[in-house]
Design a protein around this ligand. Sequence first.
Ligand code: ADP
Ligand code: MG
Length: 257
Amino acid sequence: MAKIFCVANQKGGVGKTTTTVNLAAGLAKIGQRVLMVDLDPQGNATMGSNLDKRALAHTVYDVLWGEASLSEARQKAVDCGYDVLGANRELAGAEVELVSLENRERRLKDAIASVDHEYDFVLIDCPPSLNMLTLNGLCAAHGVIVPMQCEYFALEGLSDLVNTIKQVHANLNPQLQLIGLLRVMFDPRITLQQQVSEQIKEHFGNKVFDAVIPRNVRLAEAPSYGLPGVVFDPSAKGSKAFIDFAGEMVARIEKMR
Ligand code: ADP
Ligand code: MG
């Protein structure tokens, strides 16, 4: 049975998609069977996994809506080593439409249950808000991975997400945990980033991953080639950090079993 993780943070541009596709590729490289679910109508994780979001026969939208099964709708990400349930703009409508459906928060959970014996990890790339789509992700997951930049307001923004996780845990999904905070786009030369990194460790203790993802231009270039950095340039500093992070996640789930 797969362990299922949401990559979430309600802020945009904090590195969610970069984390999702590179962790997926890193896990695949170390022999894990991975499904990546794109829950963001922007479809960046889909495009960043070598798939054309405009040419998908089925997307996560059809799966949430019950018009396709997950096994029909998923695709192999060529060269990336994992499977993808893709998304595109069509998903933007789901936010409103889902409200009228029965079992609206658990549509994704039920869909993943039909394939989860085929994977070790399911990674869900969440949109930059705490909406019905993110709620579907949180209801489906065992844990949440929160990428964050070590900036001045980073901790402040976290409290809404932590509260949402607590509420979902209490009311909808008792297995949900905050797995950890991942420091991303880190620049050790910037004193403020070091200070905030220390504050995050003081505040969240063992909920902070050991792996730290540096700011690295190869990670930023990779999406324009339709690939995760880990595949595009495995020797880049950022790619190596994501492969370390993948190893850390494998060790974590062994403890969770
Ligand atoms: P989100 O999914 O949270 O909106 P993205 O993963 O799309 O964030 O990242 C936002 C931007 O920052 C993208 O242009 C991405 O390529 C870039 N980026 C993300 N992580 C890094 C990194 N470690 N080093 C350099 N650029 C990064
Ligand atoms: Mg994104």
